[in-house]
Design a protein around this ligand. Structure first.
Ligand code: NDP
Ligand code: 3PY
Length: 315
């Protein structure tokens, strides 16, 4: 009997093609609401998702024939993983597909912030030749602190190898240091880091982790890069720290406000004060959740998902 897979988001075409070639039965529904999909999910053995909606208990209770959930990405916070596992459903993610993209993006953001690239570019295009206010910093001799040393954190540390920097990291898992970074306590990281790069999942423990008391525990003023999840930072606290120069610059690929409609967010009365600050500050680099979003990762993510789905059925 063929294995029926429902795709609810569009992906690189190789995902569909290779599953078809391997004998899986593909079905697409990119439009129906979560409720509509819930009402037919009993007909499928697998679902391939990006981020369209949450796969919660209600959904899983209706998915009586589901054998796997494949997320074409790394983070699984939109899936009730614990509950899915109680039902014996395989959870598939593809961090191998976008970790290089996230690592290169993080490095690019740091180099851009250190050298005021976005600011200098905007100024020169507006007709201003400002050299002194765009004097930069060098990474050489700095300490880069990574929090979360999994796929993304490790890939980022590897990219830093060519720089004369001390790379340290903090993670809840113990003894996971490697040749690219030294594991330290959170306190030591806060004592030493000049740059903080977040590579954590979003969980109840990491939610709002970067708040005023967390920031004030840093011994030095520092730069921050967040490619993890927006809600790991309290934006209002970050902005206060930028105003007092405790934070020297911020590169934010993910935003606390990300799931709000941008049209709504940009209406005067709806724009949170902290967001308005981020929009105007020259030492803030904002990107629309694109750290892992490259042409190369688009294909690699699809390939990883295909390989992992096949592996489920080859056991
Ligand atoms: N902006 C973008 O385009 C992208 C963003 N991401 C984000 O990056 C995140 C990280 O991805 P990935 O590296 O694959 O995840 P991993 O699970 O491989 O690594 C995260 C690490 O952080 C650890 N951790 C969890 N909670 C804490 C905590 N409270 N304090 C310290 N360490 C903690 C984890 O430990 P444990 O395993 O025990 O939980 C794990 O070792 C994703 O969840 C996603 O949010 C990923 C890809 C693209
Ligand atoms: O892979 C992830 O978790 C991302 O954030 C990009 O989808």
């Amino acid at each position: 009997m063929s294995i029926k897979i429902l795709h609810i988001d569009s992906n690189n075409p190789i995902l569909w093609q290779q599953l078809e070639e391997a004998g899986f039965e593909n079905h697409a529904d990119f439009k129906s609401s979560k409720e509509e999909i819930e009402n037919k999910i009993q007909d499928y053995n697998g679902i391939v998702i990006r981020s369209r909606f949450k796969i919660d208990k209600t959904f899983l209770d209706k998915a009586v024939n589901l054998q796997f959930i494949a997320r074409v990405g790394a983070g699984l916070e939109s899936i009730d993983c614990e509950y899915a596992e109680t039902k014996g459903i395989h959870l598939i993610a593809a961090p191998e597909g976008n970790r290089n993209a996230v690592a290169e993006h993080s490095l690019g953001v740091i180099l851009s912030l250190f050298n005021n690239l976005n600011q200098a570019d905007a100024e020169i295009k507006a007709g201003h030749w400002n050299r002194e206010s765009n004097r930069g910093h060098e990474l050489d001799g700095k300490t880069v602190g990574i929090i979360g040393y999994g796929n993304m954190g490790k890939a980022f540390a590897k990219k830093l190898r060519g720089f004369e920097v001390d790379v340290i990291f903090h993670d809840i898992l113990e003894n996971i240091g490697d040749e690219n970074a030294r594991q330290v306590s959170l306190q030591e990281l806060q004592q030493k880091a000049d740059v903080l790069s977040l590579h954590l999942p979003w969980t109840p423990e990491t939610d709002k982790m970067v708040n005023t008391s967390f920031i004030n525990a840093f011994a030095k003023s520092f730069w921050i890069v967040n490619t993890s999840r927006g809600k790991n930072i309290v934006t209002a606290d970050l902005v206060e720290a930028m105003k007092s120069k405790k934070i020297l610059g911020a590169g934010l690929d993910v935003l606390e406000y990300e799931k709000l409609s941008f049209e709504t967010l940009f209406q005067d009365k709806n724009t949170p004060e902290a967001f308005q600050y981020l929009l105007e500050a020259k030492n803030v680099l904002l990107t629309p959740h694109i750290a892992g979003w490259t042409f190369e990762s688009h294909e690699r993510l699809a390939q990883v998902i295909v390989d992992k789905i096949k592996a489920v059925y080859s056991k």
